[in-house]
Design a protein around this ligand. Structure first.
Ligand code: ADP
Ligand code: MG
Length: 762
């Protein structure tokens, strides 16, 4: 493959050589950046790097192999944008990499006269705002997204820290924009709650419900009533059909109580501490204070332990990374594996993928799939492969599917006298140091997918001392212990060997009873070629191998469809979130003045003006309304969680779940907006009770915290409850509006009518 921007690159280099680069054209900025890199880092950017930089500057997704020097490419594009008056966020996926790249590239920015900052989880709140004022900020997608969400709690614009959305360059972009894109980032806060005791009552009333009355879904762990259970519920609660729309709330409570009783395990899923339910994170095994079970489940768990709750963590705001990324008017990305996700990048983010050739030809040997009858056989083969390499003192990197598998493999190796290190992305900094040495003579490193990504593996160790030896034994050997859910993930792993023209090799193992094979029906695909009884050693049937190879693409397609479906569901919530955030901001920065009190509560308003004066009252009105929007948004998020939970309770054939969900959300939202004048009037009454305006306090959460919500995709696999409140015409309109929201959008542009109706035109 050839570089496509040869002419531009030549021009940049000749401009750089001439030394006459004072202008502001992109080429001139690139040329002076070229010189700045030479001067400060003492390296000369390669043509491939310039080519990648040009593509980034155009807002492309750039595929460039691991070890080719992507870190440097971001600097060119960032400087070009910054020197044209813009602001750039360079976002990667862990704090260690953000810090490393910031420190590494800072001299170049200094030389270019571009200000640069860094924000990690450890950055104190007080320092964030000034860091965001820099022209270029290095951070993680997660941290910037949390900052954006945190601003939602502030009632004064001066206290908000997230600047405007401009240009984001994503490093390891496929991890962030595809693999982690769906995970919602959540901000929650402690707020006072009134426990009305209804869940407790329900919990008591279902005491004698037994196995005949409910079923537990093995996959989702949700609880459903059987026909028997439904009859019983109707008898016990005497509220008519349990599946009618008016009983949806009751049904959700019943199922939540059963789930709390039957599924949730104390000391595994949660602990009880200081009279509160504290969740345990299923990945880290650590407690997660402040996190709550969704919907009614939290109250149900409290009822189970007879707890009375006075304050509770409530979700204040939430956004999946995917939508956060789309808020930037311009984005670009770089990764070693973009090409196979080309369609997804274009469809979800509207950006095109461009591939930059490697500087030196890749000589890595990529072996075809090695297939075994079952996991026992496969494991034997994997251990054998590691042993052989270890005997030759050839470095091996083993990529496993999970932390458990890593630990198990390590245990076997150690019992056979093979020392190894295990990485599981728990401490990025420490692990970076280890992975940097994974190419050293005799090193055996076992790692999950994410561990150590973005860190260079040099042959012969970080200092390259044993390079000749390692080259002689064939370079780094990478072993994948299972077929990955997408080709992209397999390629990521293979790409850890053979960097910058190095020798290297990759081997991928799989077994017929691997989850991915079973789930996607390999046996059926293969027919009579599928072995009927256990054989040892690698399987050689050509059809079998071919079909097994195809499984990856099948699984990939399913995952893509799943993501697309999920996008449809979350679109509506995201639309409402955006409108609420924007409205709220315009109230707080004063670009919009609320007139609700005067219009809807004139008498109270007159009194208040007389007592406090019009100007301060008007200012307070905006703040009170903004705070009310927060409250509404929290309620709304509660409702959407409840809907998703409740959605599986009644399964109605022939309906489109995404549409039903959108409709229910829209209805809730519209009703919430309609109730604003009344709620505002109540607040004004409270205000009038105060002697001075300053005495009126707007309640804020006593403590806020942020976390990632685990993948919610599972929740959507079932059909939703039908809330029959809209005419078919209304539904069509809503579905149309939601579909229009699909295009990539920036944070401005309020497209929904309800707020307009209420607030008038902006
Ligand atoms: P990537 O992110 O593409 O995997 P990095 O940015 O981490 O790659 O760079 C890999 C290695 O290549 C680093 O050690 C870096 O110093 C080196 N490198 C990058 N560009 C050049 C260059 N132009 N000349 C020499 N070495 C370079
Ligand atoms: Mg990198």
């Amino acid at each position: 493959m050839e570089i496509s921007d040869n002419k531009t690159i030549l021009k940049i280099k000749s401009l750089a050589d001439s030394g006459n680069v004072s202008g502001n054209s992109t080429e001139e900025i690139f040329a002076s950046c070229y010189n700045a890199v030479k001067k400060t880092l003492h390296i000369t950017p390669f043509d491939e790097q310039l080519s990648a930089s040009i593509a980034l500057n155009k807002g492309r997704m750039v595929q460039m192999q691991t070890g080719e020097g992507k870190t440097l490419c971001a600097v060119f594009a960032a400087c070009a944008h910054a020197l044209n008056g813009g602001f750039v966020h360079v976002l990667t996926f862990n704090d260690y990499l953000a810090n490393r790249d910031y420190k590494w590239m800072k001299p170049v920015y200094d030389e270019m006269g571009v200000s640069v900052g860094v924000i990690t989880e450890k950055t104190p709140p007080a320092e964030r705002k000034s860091a965001y004022l820099k022209q270029v900020v290095y951070s993680t997608a997660k941290e910037t997204c949390f900052d954006y969400l945190r601003d939602f709690v502030e009632l004064e614009t001066e206290k908000m820290c997230f600047p405007k959305f401009d240009f984001a360059i994503f490093d390891e972009a496929d991890s962030i924009l595809i693999d982690e894109a769906r995970i919602p980032l959540v901000i929650a806060g402690d707020v006072a709650v009134k426990d009305d005791g209804t869940v407790k009552e329900v919990y008591g009333k279902i005491a004698d419900f037994n196995e005949n009355d409910f079923e537990i879904d093995e996959e989702t762990k949700n609880v459903y009533l059987t026909d028997n259970g439904a009859d019983k519920a109707e008898e016990v609660f005497g509220a008519g059909s349990i599946y009618s729309a008016k009983n949806a709330g009751l049904l959700a409570k019943i199922c939540a109580c059963l789930k709390a009783r039957e599924v949730l395990k104390e000391d595994k899923d949660y602990i009880v501490k200081d009279g509160k339910i504290v969740l345990v994170d299923e990945f880290t095994g650590r407690t997660a204070p402040g996190r709550v079970f969704p919907g009614e489940l939290q109250s149900a768990a409290e009822a189970k332990h007879g707890l009375t709750i006075t304050s509770r963590g409530r979700i204040i705001g939430s956004i999946p990374l995917q939508y956060f990324a789309r808020l930037y008017p311009k984005i670009a990305g770089m990764t070693g594996t973009a090409e196979s996700a080309r369609e997804e990048f274009e469809k979800f983010y509207g950006i095109l993928t461009e591939t930059v050739p490697t500087r030196l030809p890749c000589v890595r040997i990529d072996n075809p799939l090695e297939l075994y009858f079952d996991n026992d056989e496969k494991q034997k083969a994997v251990i054998e492969a590691i042993k052989t390499a270890y005997k030759a003192e050839r470095p091996v990197l083993v990529g496993t599917q999970s932390i458990e598998e890593s630990e198990k493999t390590a245990e076997i190796l150690r019992s056979e006298g093979i020392p190894c290190v295990v990485l599981n992305a728990k401490n990025d900094e420490e692990e970076a140091g280890i992975i940097a040495n994974a190419g050293n003579r005799g090193a055996v490193t076992i790692s999950t997918n994410m561990a150590g990504r973005g860190v260079d593996i040099k042959l012969g160790g970080e200092d390259g001392k044993n390079r000749d030896f390692v080259v002689n034994v064939g370079g780094l050997l990478v072993i994948s212990t299972a077929m990955r859910e997408s080709e992209r993930i397999t390629l990521q792993l293979r790409g850890r060997a053979g960097r910058q023209g190095d020798v290297g090799e990759s081997r991928c193992f799989a077994a017929l009873d691997d989850e991915i094979m079973v789930k996607n029906g390999l046996q059926k695909l293969c027919g009579r070629h599928y072995p009927s009884e256990k054989t040892s050693g690698a399987l050689t049937d050509k059809t079998l191998l071919k079909e097994a190879g195809r499984i990856q693409r099948i699984s990939e397609g399913d995952a893509f469809d799943e993501r697309e479906k999920l996008m449809k569901y979350t679109m509506i919530v995201e639309k409402h979130r955006k409108i609420t955030f924007e409205r709220r901001y315009s109230l707080l920065d004063g670009t919009y003045q609320s007139d609700i009190w005067k219009k809807n509560a004139f008498e109270l308003y007159e009194k208040a003006v007389e007592k406090f004066g019009e100007v301060p009252l008007k200012k307070l009105e905006n703040t009170v309304l903004a705070a009310l929007l927060n409250e509404f948004h929290s309620d709304y998020l509660d409702y959407t969680t409840y809907l998703r939970e409740g959605i599986h309770l009644t399964q109605i054939a022939g309906r489109n779940p995404a549409e039903e969900y959108a409709i229910a959300c829209e209805e809730y939202y519209e009703n919430a907006v309609r109730s604003i004048p009344e709620r505002m009037a109540e607040k004004l009454e409270d205000i009038l009770k105060c002697d001075r305006l300053e005495d009126y306090t707007i309640e804020k959460p006593s403590r806020i915290y942020t976390y990632l919500l685990n993948d919610i995709a599972e929740e959507f696999k079932v059909k939703p409850i039908l809330l029959n409140v809209f005419s078919d015409e209304d539904k069509e309109e809503i579905v149309k509006e939601t579909a229009e929201e699909k295009k990539p959008v920036s944070d401005n542009g309020n497209k929904t009518g309800f707020f307009k109706k209420l607030f008038g035109k902006k």
